[in-house]
Design a protein. Sequence first.
Length: 644
Amino acid sequence: MRNQTDEAKRTVFVSYSRDDRERVLPVIHALEASGVGVWWDGLLVGGDRFAKTTETALETADAVVVVWSRRSVESHWVRDEATRGRDRGCMISLALDGVEPPLGFRQIQYIDMGKWHGKADSAPFRELLAAIENASCSPDSGLNYAGARTKAKGVSRRSALLLGGAGVVLAGGALVAWRSGMFGGGAASNSIAVLAFKNLSGDASQDYFSDGLSEELRATLSMNPALTVAAQASSALARADDASMEDIARRLDVAFILDGSVRRAGDQLRVIARLIDGKTGYERWSETFDRTMADVLAVQEDISTNVVDALLANFALQDGKGIHRLGGTSNDKALDAYLRGRSRYDHAANEESDRAALAAFNEAIRLDPGYAAAHAAASRAATAVGSSYASGGEVAAFYETAMAEARRAVELAPDLAEGHSALGFVLMNGKLDLAAAREPYERSFELGYGNAPILTMYAGYANNVKQADKAREAIARAIRLDPLNPLVFRMSAVIEFTAGDDDAAAKAARTALTLDPEASIVHRILGDIALKGGDLQAARAEYMEEPSEMSRLVSLAVVDSRLSGEAAGQAHFDELLSRFGNNGLYQQAEVLAQWGRKDAALDALEQGLAAGDSGLVLAPTDPLLDPIRHEPRFAAILERLDYE
């Protein structure tokens, strides 16, 4: 909150791209001539761009004026500063060349300065002065300044069905949030982030190996109950910026950083690992391992041992947890195949990549039949392929494979959280047996309390069976471990929306979009909230932004039938049928229920149940099905799902 008197000189922080300097200087000079105190980076001595001075000015200014242009929307610095201004509640957007602010900032009205010719008495400049005068610097202030003008703006089935999956791809918005300090607050002394090891091989095709080695170390360390290990998505973000290790530790809210590099040439391997104190930036431990590929597992164990030894004086009492990879392998070629598979699966690009991931996991199992983690991964991949791409008898075959692989993983490593989670995943999404999925999911929650993807998957299950408190507990822990992963906030939004807390759902959804403006399903959630509140135009605007084609068509079929009549809604419904056919039976039922065609909606659900449509797992809590929720046929469907 401003601590000046109203008569005191207003101060502004101007954020812009240096490429636009000559166009921004007239605005700065006009503001100064009007009695406004202006801070801009031209006041810095060369090399001070990253100095504490910048942060102080950004935190103390009465308003943060962000100049958007075709260049600045691509600038991480501008987005960073804009995020802080928005979070403080005193951001003012200017548009130089007609370009709109990027996603995450469009909800704030902006002033079009494209035709401003430098005159202080012109309408755009008067609007800017008024906005500065009205800036409150209060978080959650709404940032809707009088006089500001704005313009109207006009995924795959796997994404739609598998909410809460463990994807790790981060968009630029996550970098903004990370650098702006949206999250964090007091790192525990036993907390650590494992950064993605750098690939120094000179061959980009080897990225999967260096990334995978980092994730294997992370998975190993997270098994130690005495450690708190930041999850992959948040840790991976640190490689996107040149910040110091101290800043990375502060932003990720951890006490230590494990950093390293990998150079692989043929059968030769060099791994350098460093454990860094997050407060000082000094190395606590470092070592170089020159080995052959056959020794890669020993290298991994050596690194884990040294990390645990450095962080926990009593690590020997932890019964090996956090040192050995549970459910792992002693076969370096099996490990390589597993890492290739996980890289393909995590990217979730398309059917080809998912099937290639399954093939790689199967190769790892062929090389080491006792590789429990590979069996669990193969189960998850088979379930995803069966749910998203298979048809006819092939669907059942994939689900049977997934069941067998998950059970084998649990048999080989009873304490492997991934195995129990995979079993719950196929029982829920493949077999539509929510009751049978309960035990493995509960076990995965107990074993995977330090694993954000496991917690997120469990939260999705708990929400589907109407256990909102358990879902909230799990997702809160996942957010603590992985505070920069948009998918955990998306799951939080789903949980809150189905629980009826629209404000909490909207807040989580907007956080997800800040982290990844392209996150699927999130705009649909925001649209559903607006639809529920009766704001059809706002709902449609959100639906138009939805990346998932299936979700977008469903939503537009519902809202356009209300806005423009039955024919408009039917056009979207026909496209849904054309694009997805019987793979979208559940989604057809959502539309039909909203149209009031109850018998047709129930017919679609019953057909989906017979076909094993995994969308049915959402039925117990899906608000779009509320019009048929009290129908006897719907009760019979829920009884078949056996979710209570």
